[in-house]
Design a protein around this ligand. Structure first.
Ligand code: ADE
Length: 225
């Protein structure tokens, strides 16, 4: 899978997506993440990418021209399944969205910054608008990084047995069960006996019950869906 991300502050993405599972997937060639610095399409000698909004009001807006030039260049080289704008008024991102996006071949994510992007980009280029939650962060970069991480780790072959996504929280609309590692006793605090029993079926049942119990207690809304 290929994920292209256009950003006004690319360094925010480079470090976030350059470690651990996602970096290993990139090294293995399972995942290509291409971060494009919008400023390289900036106008004039100052490489301007933002300007005041028409009608007045606080906050800068990412200009149409650098974004169009950038998106057109990318579209000439790649066929995108989705061109996504990350924005607090988009559709709320969740695990089932991540699952279906992980089956796509090519996506382009446009990050807003400051007040956002010129509306005409949204009308003429964007196919999907996604929010990571009902709060506002300073720019779309972290939202894009979160989406690229959640989607990228689900690309076939990225996770191995130890990191399998099947037991993640939300994967089956349940929270994950608690996990423990050695030592079995610390400070008199014991790991549940069943996990030491070696009885696979009983362990699976215990984990399912714990998932259900935790979901009922912490996120009953997930069970109502
Ligand atoms: N940009 C600023 N806030 C955001 C949010 N909650 N989701 C996606 N992009 C954003």
């Amino acid at each position: 899978m290929r994920i292209d991300i256009v950003a006004a502050v690319p360094s925010l993405l480079n470090s976030f997506l350059g470690h651990s599972i996602i970096q290993r997937a990139r090294d293995k060639g399972l995942l290509t993440i291409n971060i494009i610095d919008l400023r390289s399409y900036g106008l004039g000698k100052n490489r301007q990418i933002d300007d005041y909004q028409f009608g007045g009001g606080a906050g800068m807006v990412l200009m149409i021209e650098p974004l169009v030039n950038c998106i057109e260049d990318l579209k000439a080289a790649n066929q995108y399944d989705q061109i996504i704008y990350v924005t607090p008024d988009g559709k709320k991102f969740d695990q089932s969205m991540a699952n279906s996006m992980s089956l796509l071949n090519n996506i382009l994510i446009i990050c807003g910054h400051y007040k956002g992007i010129d509306q005409r980009i949204r009308e003429h280029y964007i196919t999907h608008e996604i929010s990571i939650g009902d709060y506002v962060i300073s720019g779309g970069e972290l939202a894009a990084a979160i989406i690229a991480d959640a989607v990228g780790r689900l690309v076939p072959g990225v996770l191995n047995d130890e990191t399998s996504a099947l037991s993640d929280s939300f994967q089956d609309k349940l929270l994950a069960p608690p996990v423990y590692t050695r030592p079995a006793t610390f400070n008199g605090w014991d790991v549940p006996n069943i996990l030491l029993s070696g009885h696979e079926k009983k362990i699976d049942e215990w984990r399912f019950e714990e998932s259900l119990r935790r979901t009922q207690m912490l996120r009953p809304d997930l069970l109502e869906e």
